[in-house]
Design a protein around this ligand. Structure first.
Ligand SMILES: NC(=O)c1ccc[n+]([C@@H]2O[C@H](COP(=O)([O-])OP(=O)(O)OC[C@H]3O[C@@H](n4cnc5c(N)ncnc54)[C@H](O)[C@@H]3O)[C@@H](O)[C@H]2O)c1
Length: 280
């Protein structure tokens, strides 16, 4: 394709599309990069985060950069916040939604330093609610309000700790398994009823606030980078993949867990990992 045409095409992938992007806490956040790319690709969207995250104020800078996007506070644990988020977003954007990014996760037991074999179940309940049930709450709210256009695309971010044991990933592995299961189950119902697509992107370890909360994250990051034939995928790479998933180029992809990890998930061993072990 001639360079000029390619440029025009690549800059309008989301032109005319309306969406919601959750979870941009600071410029390290994956959602932050997704917002920048969606803006670059011509989308209009609302930003949202928990009230406590909004008080840190960084999201205002992102909103300004993204054509003065509106910000709506929403604690994903609360039904009334979710109702408000969906109704206000469609009002502000002037119509139904075409895409939503769920980029929310938190483990209370990890935060409080509880080992996996001595979980506090109240904390665990909140972890599952924030990191997984919130996705069902988001989808159910949209479904009932008929807030997403046909062929709309909803993406949640997940990690391979849903399929394999990474001991320090802890209860988040259980939360991500539930998140991926909700993706398949709701993906079926929403696809049948309204042709809405629902997928998870399983991202490489990424240096963010949530990521760095996992014990030994630096070692974890380096190991994944050394094992993956393409190296770890960055937040910026993830943002590109989200744009593809929100665009019409992925119309028939739904109910999938899509690995976006430089090949980590299918690699058993690498010379680089062997070298790392020798160094120790
Ligand atoms: N960083 C990684 O290594 C990595 C890898 C794979 C998947 N993910 C996933 O990507 C997503 C985004 O995380 P990130 O790494 O960009 O970190 P991040 O800390 O920047 O984002 C997490 C977001 O969750 C929000 N949040 C927490 N509780 C909330 C609540 N009750 N209501 C609303 N929002 C709430 C936080 O305010 C924050 O913005 C998470 O689902 C995470 O599990 C991260």
């Amino acid at each position: 394709m001639p360079q000029k045409l390619y440029f025009i095409y690549m800059n309008n992938l989301l032109k005319g599309k309306r969406g919601i992007i959750s979870g941009a806490l600071n410029d390290k956040s994956i959602a932050w990069q997704v917002a920048l790319k969606c803006h670059e690709q011509g989308a209009q969207f609302v930003l949202t985060n928990a009230p406590i995250a909004m008080r840190m104020g960084e999201i205002n800078k992102l909103a300004e950069t993204c054509g003065n996007a509106q910000i709506i506070s929403c604690d994903v644990l609360k039904n009334e916040d979710m109702d408000n988020l969906i109704s206000k977003s469609t009002e502000i954007l002037g119509g139904k939604l075409d895409f939503i990014l769920h980029s929310v996760g938190m483990s209370l037991n990890i935060r409080k330093g509880k080992p996996y074999t001595d979980l506090d179940y109240k904390f665990m309940h909140d972890t599952l609610d924030i990191s997984a049930m919130s996705f069902h709450r988001l989808l159910q709210t949209c479904y009932k309000a008929d807030a997403i256009n046909e062929w709309g695309s909803v993406v949640a971010l997940t990690y391979i700790g849903a399929q394999r044991v990474f001991p320090d990933y802890h209860e988040m592995g259980d939360a991500k398994s539930l998140l991926e299961s909700i993706t398949r189950s709701f993906g079926y119902h929403y696809g049948k009823a309204k042709k809405v697509r629902i997928n998870t992107i399983s991202q490489s370890p990424t240096m963010t606030t949530a990521g760095s909360g996992v014990k030994g994250f630096g070692d974890f990051f380096n190991y994944a980078d050394a094992l993956s034939p393409l190296g770890n995928a960055s937040a910026d790479d993830c943002a590109n993949y989200c744009v593809l998933m929100f665009s019409d180029l992925s119309r028939k992809v739904t109910m999938q867990n899509l690995f976006h990890d430089g090949g980590f998930s299918f690699t058993g061993f690498s010379k680089e990992v062997m070298e790392m072990n020798k160094e120790k």
